[in-house]
Design a protein around this ligand. Sequence first.
Ligand code: AMP
Length: 280
Amino acid sequence: MVIIETAKELIEYLKIYRNKELGFVPTMGALHNGHLSLIDASLQANEITVCSIFVNPTQFNDTSDFDKYPRNFDKDIALLAERGCDVLFLPTLESMYQRESLLSFSFGALECVMEGAHRAGHFNGVALIVSKLFNIIKPSRVYFGQKDLQQCAIIQSLIKDLSYDIEFNMCPIIREGNGLAMSSRNQRLSESEKEEAKALFASLELTKTNLLSGKSIKEAVDLSKEYLKNNISFELEYLEVANAETLQEIDSIEQGQEYAICIAGFLGRVRLIDNIVFVG
Ligand code: AMP
């Protein structure tokens, strides 16, 4: 695996692959099996796979979350090389941001809910770094995880609105045996917290079961909030049932429509998110 640290060098290096199918997996590192499933998907469909690891400061609305974000570059490099990734882009901060960018993106209603509503400026930072990476790497296909469902919708908008000639792929959420969605931030949880955190996925499943058995959205959400209270000391930010495409909250479930149930909040000082998508 080739490791490249500046945008200039990567652009030069990728010139030999310009007419090849190139798959790209952007990450912030502290890699786990969720990330590696995206690498596998890219390896299967492309001639060359590029992974980036960059803890992007502009998408953090909380500096302590940025400072404490796990960084295990040596382990990440070993995991990617073992998996068969061709190129790792590990840019320096200066290489990605020569100056403070004043560009701003608007995603309308899509960014006014859930993560967008709770993390001011988050999606602006995501859109900025992802656009930069797309322009440097010029991938044929990109791989993102359903774990960040709203991010997937934002990137799909970006691809459409900026006419990127890129195929977008959303990969399923990889979970621990107890249901906890894998996340780099899980490294900051104790073993007992990891066990407690299985209640998040359980609460999503409970909401779905109650909705499918005919309960109203309010009833189903209230029952799940009660379940969370009894099973985990979780500071809930939101538990929402939304249209799976627009991510806007809905009033009732219609048969055959796709819905997402999304949850976010803090377990101790660690912010966790999860979601499930289902058909009504
Ligand atoms: P991150 O390093 O957290 O920015 O994540 C990089 C990519 O991996 C994003 O597209 C995430 O949605 C995806 N990802 C993170 N966790 C998982 C998971 N448990 N299963 C599948 N994809 C994931």
